[in-house]
Design a protein around this ligand. Sequence first.
Ligand code: NAD
Length: 434
Amino acid sequence: MKIAMIGSGYVGLVSGACFADFGHQVVCVDKDAGKIEKLNQNVMPIYEPGLDNLVQRNVENNRLSFSTDLAGSLVDCDAVFIAVGTPSRRGDGHADLSYVYAATEEIADAITKRTVVVTKSTVPVGTGDEVELILSKKLNRDQFAVVSNPEFLREGAAIGDFKRPDRIVIGVEDDWAQDVMSEIYRPLFLNESPILFTGRRTAELTKYAANAFLATKITFINEIADLCEKVGADVQEVSRGIGLDNRIGAKFLHAGPGYGGSCFPKDTLALLKTAQDNDSPVRIVEAVVQVNDNRKRAMGRKVVHALGGEARGKKVALLGLTFKPNTDDMRDAPSIAIAQTLMDAGADVSAYDPEGMEVAAEIMPNVTMANSSYEAAIDADAVVIVTEWDAFRALDLQKLASTMSGKTLVDLRNIYNHADVSKSGLEYTSIGRS
Ligand code: NAD
């Protein structure tokens, strides 16, 4: 199959490289010339474990190429995937579909044979209908089919998720397009990954329902963690106690500073907008969004509390800035609100992150970036673990304590325990554990 991937970001690049690895002929297109230039020099524009090797292997085997030329890339394609961003629209939380529709307009001008146009971007219910309308203004109805194929990969584990997915959801209305999609995913079909063929609107909604459910699970355990602190219970034991129940499942039950990232915040808001527009409220998700928004700044206040209630003139070191480990993605990371709350309270903030500091430095110009955890901790009154990178799981706590001027360690990911930390002389605060 000949495939074009429009948008070479976290999703488009990983999906395109994985499709090439399945044996398809793939061109990844992006309008960001700098990104394409880097890719053509085998420099990855994002940090994703294993991506550089995967890309290099498929480029060398002439199955994967990169281009800024959308029209040229679509010649003779069997399928074109739209994997552009769908950020929150300012003001109402609806997904901003301008990139999707702009790409669709370009596709309409460039298709040379009967082609399946696939939305891989996360798009609200009905977007496929709109894409179809745009295409049908310039193309005959038998020249194309519009399919929804939402992506469920997780940054940091994206290649494994793409190649060994829990399921693939394909919303398709035309038999011939279903055949093309089956052929594209045939290697996974042979692996017995479940492939769900649904209506297009169902596929679109499935993605939002999945993300809203996961966001709900995280927010639920975060509120239970707060209750644990009040009543002297341990949230990690509660998580285990409920997670071993097959009906609940252990994943997404780690209490922390609130969800962030490029998907959950915008996707929960977009689902609320769809629900509102259709007069069918999803009150659980409304509560989740509100609780999670409050939580991020509450974590900053938790640090101030651990400092004895006063942060003015004190130094706080943040370890981990990205919204989760193994990515450089800073979009909606809890660290942003936490750093701001601390600075608003008068603290000086330093930080270290293994991969995210380049982007973080632009977002947080008033935070001093350090070259290591220990450098960030020099003269700090408090060290705060914000993101659970492996590099922070085995810190030399005595060395850390000796560089600090204070004794406060706030662990917002529960990667240490009280007994181990107290041996170093540090005073330990964590989430949901008394
Ligand atoms: P991204 O911002 O990393 O990448 C989008 C890319 O599209 C950018 O490089 C941009 O330059 C390019 N682009 C925009 N318009 C274009 C056009 N007309 N022609 C060519 N290129 C164009 O975004 P992302 O994180 O990869 O997300 C893409 C979509 O996938 C979003 O809808 C997102 O919600 C969804 N998604 C993301 C993840 C994730 O973990 N990041 C997971 C599942 C789904």
